[in-house]
Design a protein around this ligand. Structure first.
Ligand SMILES: Nc1ncnc2c1ncn2[C@@H]1O[C@H](COP(=O)(O)OP(=O)(O)OP(=O)(O)O)[C@@H](O)[C@H]1O
Length: 405
């Protein structure tokens, strides 16, 4: 027998649980889909597509619903003889309107005519863009995923107004901007707000019932019959709902639970596998998060961990500073000034390793933040082992290490 053999008992089609799988049907988003359909309606009437701004937290179905509806729209457009082209651009690596324009032009041109990333006058690039877009003709919808990565937003009003400004004659172009950054809308210039946000759609986080439906739909295809009992789906959904209402997180958990079941040669996925999967995902999240921090980040995190073990959290940044400076002394590293140390606390909270809560000072007004650990301390101690060796331990940390043995 060879070293590798296909698994047969658990997964029927594991890839169905991956991020890039597009479900045939969308579940649990009826109201949002209805609003989205109304916003896209002008296309089927042969009118200029509306500009749509779609926002909501990560994993709430913005991309899945957009792909689903655009696919349906294309089918229906074909039936009613409406000429429709859709273009999708992920703006993750594009920070300026110039780069976005070049990317669009290259998406529309043959490879031999592609532009280099830099070196052309801005006006010329715009002219090429209008030429390429106008050559398409009919209705054109451009989806800008992660639109908040574009710092200079001029393209977000130039495209919607291109027809009114006489730059386009044949094509009627609309854009769909997708973002999970809630502050992005406020940061847009008023020109962009009024063009891009012609129709605004907000996708809320999923609740446990909705996540259950999404997971069940996917599990039925990904696993063999009777491999995933109801309580496993319910548990993955409950974790997801409690955390961020993020479907991706719940799907990842279900996939990992399936992997644990395969590893253990089980014939069914169990609630126990879900618990083990959760711990393993949490461990990778922490290991990756900690590995991505600088040495100063490690020292700040260790200070917060010590204070947590002593029962002193939530705590203000200035009170973390004292402990942090002692730790720096032990590590023979120059401490950062309080403002810079606070930036590291902010980074920890962005990574979900710590939590940051805003507090009011009461009558006197003013606000401040308190920080607390938001991660399993045992896993953090494992991930911080080099820092722990270098700095040493306090009694409270030693107690935890003894408990873990
Ligand atoms: N309503 C739904 N029905 C079926 N599958 C869904 C639904 N919502 C989300 N999913 C699935 O959950 C995963 C994450 O969804 P999606 O990528 O659409 O989220 P998003 O809101 O675009 O997140 P991000 O902002 O991080 O890109 C995908 O695998 C997607 O297919």
């Amino acid at each position: 027998m060879g070293l590798f053999q296909p698994d047969t008992d658990i997964f029927q089609e594991r890839d169905v649980l991956r991020e890039d799988y597009q479900p045939e049907e969308i579940v649990g988003r009826d109201e949002e889909l209805q609003q989205y359909i109304s916003a896209l309606q002008p296309v089927i009437n042969g009118d200029q597509p509306a500009n749509i701004f779609l926002y909501g937290k990560a994993g709430v179905g913005k991309t899945a619903c957009t792909r689903y509806l655009l696919r349906e729209l294309k089918d229906d457009a074909a039936e009613y003889d409406v000429d429709l082209t859709t273009i999708r651009t992920n703006c993750e690596d594009l920070s300026t309107s110039y780069q976005v324009a070049i990317q669009l032009i290259n998406d529309l041109r043959d490879p031999e005519d592609h532009l280099k990333p830099t070196g052309y006058p801005r006006r010329q690039v715009n002219e090429w863009l209008w030429e390429e877009l106008d050559a398409i003709g009919g209705a054109v919808i451009i989806v800008f995923d992660e639109v908040d990565h574009i710092d200079d937003d001029s393209i977000l009003y130039q495209i919607p107004r291109a027809r009114a400004n006489g730059n386009l004659e044949e094509s009627k172009v609309g854009i769909i901007g997708i973002s999970n950054d809630f502050k992005f809308r406020e940061s847009l210039s008023s020109k962009v707000q009024s063009s891009l946000c012609e129709k605004e759609l907000q996708f809320p986080a999923y609740n446990a019932n909705e996540l259950r439906d999404i997971l069940r739909q996917r599990a039925d295809i990904a696993f063999f019959d009777d491999v995933v009992p109801h309580e496993v789906i319910a548990k993955c959904a409950a974790f997801g709902a409690k955390d961020a209402g993020d479907a991706r997180q719940s799907l990842d958990l279900l996939m990992e639970a399936g992997d644990v079941a395969v590893e253990q040669d089980a014939t069914q996925v169990t609630v126990d596998h879900v618990d083990q999967a959760r711990e393993s995902l949490e461990r990778s999240r922490i290991v990756d998060g900690v590995a991505g921090l600088t040495q100063q980040g490690h020292l700040v995190l260790y200070a917060l961990l010590m204070l947590h073990e002593e029962g002193d959290t939530p705590i203000r940044a200035r009170d973390v500073q004292d402990r942090y400076e002692i730790i720096c002394g032990r590590a023979a590293v120059d401490p950062l000034v309080p403002r810079r140390m606070r930036d590291h606390l902010g980074e920890l909270s962005m990574l979900g390793i710590a939590s940051r809560t805003e507090r009011n000072r009461g009558e006197s007004g003013g606000r401040y933040y308190e920080y607390a650990l938001d991660t399993n301390p045992d896993l953090l101690l494992e991930a911080l082992d080099e820092t722990v060796d270098m700095v040493g331990v306090t009694d409270a940390v030693q107690q935890r290490l003894d408990q873990d043995l």
